[in-house]
Design a protein. Structure first.
Length: 572
């Protein structure tokens, strides 16, 4: 019969010999990974995440990037060259939305007056001091030639016209022979039928106000950034207005909130890490046969803890190396440790389970060799498929996904390397201590389990340890199964094989597949900024109002007609 183990068998032999070698020389396999991790940890000092959401979540080959670059080159947005409504960048941009309370009409007093007061407060009352100079909105605003700050004059004009009974069309408003677009500035509009069957404004809920500041050169951009932060502070302490509420954001909001989002993952990772440590320690406990006393020889709580730490070392090394070679970082890689710790812990359990399936009467080198020949192939296949999957993901044109996949691919590969070096060496030491019947915590000789009736309760609880039989044929004495293994063998598997349970599992699997297909069919593409923010972000209400009242019409469409001059040199 033809055999198809041409890959598995040579790998099994290779890992068997490798495991024996590690068991005989464990020290280098412990020291080198520790030193490598310590060296790569320096990379965290030079970790400067990219926080530009537009760059991170826009494909590198997106037409919008090329079109925006053309506009910037042909119509550079700088002081004295600013036309309101034609900007294609959000650099140093502040957005404020004034919303009428209790369903009121924002166009009529007192709501329009409250909006006007808020606008004047922003333009006149918010100031900063920098290097002995005082800067206000009028000093930092973008303007057209010498016409002064544009502000939000259209808001006051439209409100005055509405209050004087003049019909105002929407979204294009016309004044004689001139017209303007207010679809992106006036939200929650209710319309009525006007002359010649035209749609005129009957009322509105919200005004959208924009303030553009100078962002070139860099020193002016820095001052504009200080003014943005001061505006945020002043608006957060703005007195409660009985007629309007308002939301706001500025050019630093999304990067700062993305950073907060990453920071919020740290305590969650600590919790997840702690849960995995506790779970690993509990699952590593083995009891004396027929009793509830812990077998302190076969139990391996410290080894389980080090197995979880091994995954953490892989994360640190992976991030450090990837950063050293120049790959940019992003706060999105903060999600990666959750995946890596789970995968690393799973691999640790595979190796511990494999060494427990070896005969305790055999030498340590043989036991580790058999362990590696059994578990290392499974771990390698899992790690290779995971790394390959993220390697393919790194080919995407979305920078955020690309960065995440590169860091994850490298970290998975290094975690696997540490698994078969660092943790394998630790496992060989733990197996050596097991052979010498040492306590798994204190490395002191334990009391044989055969003396359980002749020792005190304290000794039974903390110092009992099983003994192996020198005869390898005594399998019952030399092969010990954990409580978790016995549970799945003697309880879970028999219950799962019951006919009624198998039918229920089949039904549940069909339901699971149906729900999955339904979810794939109704998958909605796109990325909403609100999904990038933490739950208590002050920008969430702003995006909610934008989505509810303003994104129906959005910004005006800009069309460019570009003429490219091609010079031909002809030689006659």
């Amino acid at each position: 019969m033809r055999k198809f183990d041409c890959i598995e068998r040579p790998l099994s032999r290779l890992f068997y010999r490798y495991g024996r070698f590690v068991a005989l020389h464990p020290l280098p396999f412990i020291v080198i990974p520790l030193l490598t991790t310590a060296a790569c940890a320096i990379g965290f000092l030079h970790l400067h995440p990219i926080t530009d959401a537009v760059y991170l979540f826009t494909p590198t080959n997106a037409p919008s990037k090329r079109e925006r670059l053309i506009v910037h080159n042909l119509w550079p947005l700088h002081d004295h060259n600013y036309i309101a409504g034609r900007t294609v960048t959000q650099s140093r941009e502040i957005q404020v939305i004034a919303l009428a309370r209790d369903g009121g009409n924002i166009l009529v007093p007192p709501y329009s007056e409250a909006t006007h007061r808020l606008d004047l407060f922003i333009q006149n009352r918010v100031k900063i001091r920098y290097k002995h100079h005082v800067y206000g909105y009028s000093d930092l605003c973008l303007m057209w030639k010498t016409s002064g700050c544009p502000g939000n004059k259209h808001i006051h004009i439209v409100s005055d016209l509405f209050n004087h009974g003049i019909n105002i069309t929407y979204p294009m408003v016309r004044f004689g022979t001139t017209s303007g677009y207010i679809g992106g500035a006036l939200g929650g509009v209710s319309l009525s039928l006007g002359p010649s069957n035209s749609s005129i404004i009957a009322g509105a809920r919200a005004w959208f106000m924009v303030y553009h500041l100078k962002f070139y050169p860099h020193n002016i951009s820095y001052i504009s950034g200080l003014w943005e932060k001061e505006l945020q502070r002043r608006l957060e302490s703005y007195p409660v207005d009985p007629y309007i509420t308002f939301t706001f954001l500025h050019s630093q909001t999304l990067p700062e909130e993305l950073r907060r989002n990453a920071d919020s993952l740290i305590p969650r990772f600590v919790i997840a890490f702690s849960i995995l440590v506790v779970f690993s320690i509990i699952c590593s406990v083995v009891f004396i046969s027929g009793t509830l006393y812990v077998d302190w020889v076969l139990s391996k709580p410290i080894l389980s803890l080090l197995g979880v730490i091994n995954a953490g070392m892989g994360i640190i090394t992976g991030i450090g190396i990837t950063n050293f070679v120049g790959v940019p970082s992003s706060d999105i890689i903060g999600v990666m440790p959750f995946l890596l710790v789970a995968v690393g812990t799973d691999n640790m359990f595979l190796m511990v389970a494999a060494v427990r399936h070896t005969n305790r009467a055999y030498p340590v080198s043989r036991r580790i060799g058999e362990c590696m020949s059994d578990a290392a192939i499974s771990i390698m296949i899992t790690s290779l498929t995971d790394a390959f999957s993220f390697g393919v993901g790194a080919l995407t044109t979305i920078p955020a996904v690309q960065i995440f996949c590169i860091y994850t691919c490298v970290s998975i590969s290094i975690t696997f390397f540490y698994q078969i070096t660092f943790f394998c060496a630790l496992l060989s030491l733990a197996t050596e201590w097991e052979k010498d019947h040492l306590h798994c915590l204190f490395l002191r000789p334990t009391i044989p389990d055969c003396d359980i009736k002749n020792v005190s309760l304290c000794t039974r609880l903390f110092w009992l340890g099983s003994r192996s039989d020198p005869d390898p044929k005594n399998v019952a004495k030399n092969l010990k199964e954990t409580g978790a293994m016995l549970f799945f063998q003697e309880w879970f598997a028999p219950v799962l094989m019951q006919p009624i349970i198998r039918v229920l599992v089949g039904i549940w699997f069909v339901i699971y597949i149906a729900i999955s297909i339904y979810g794939c069919i109704h998958l909605r593409e796109g990325l909403e900024p609100v999904n990038l923010l933490v739950e208590d972000s002050y920008a969430i209400p702003h995006y909610r109002i934008l989505e509810k009242y303003f994104w129906h019409y959005g910004a005006p469409l800009q069309v460019l007609f570009c003429y490219f001059l091609i010079s031909l040199n002809k030689n006659f």
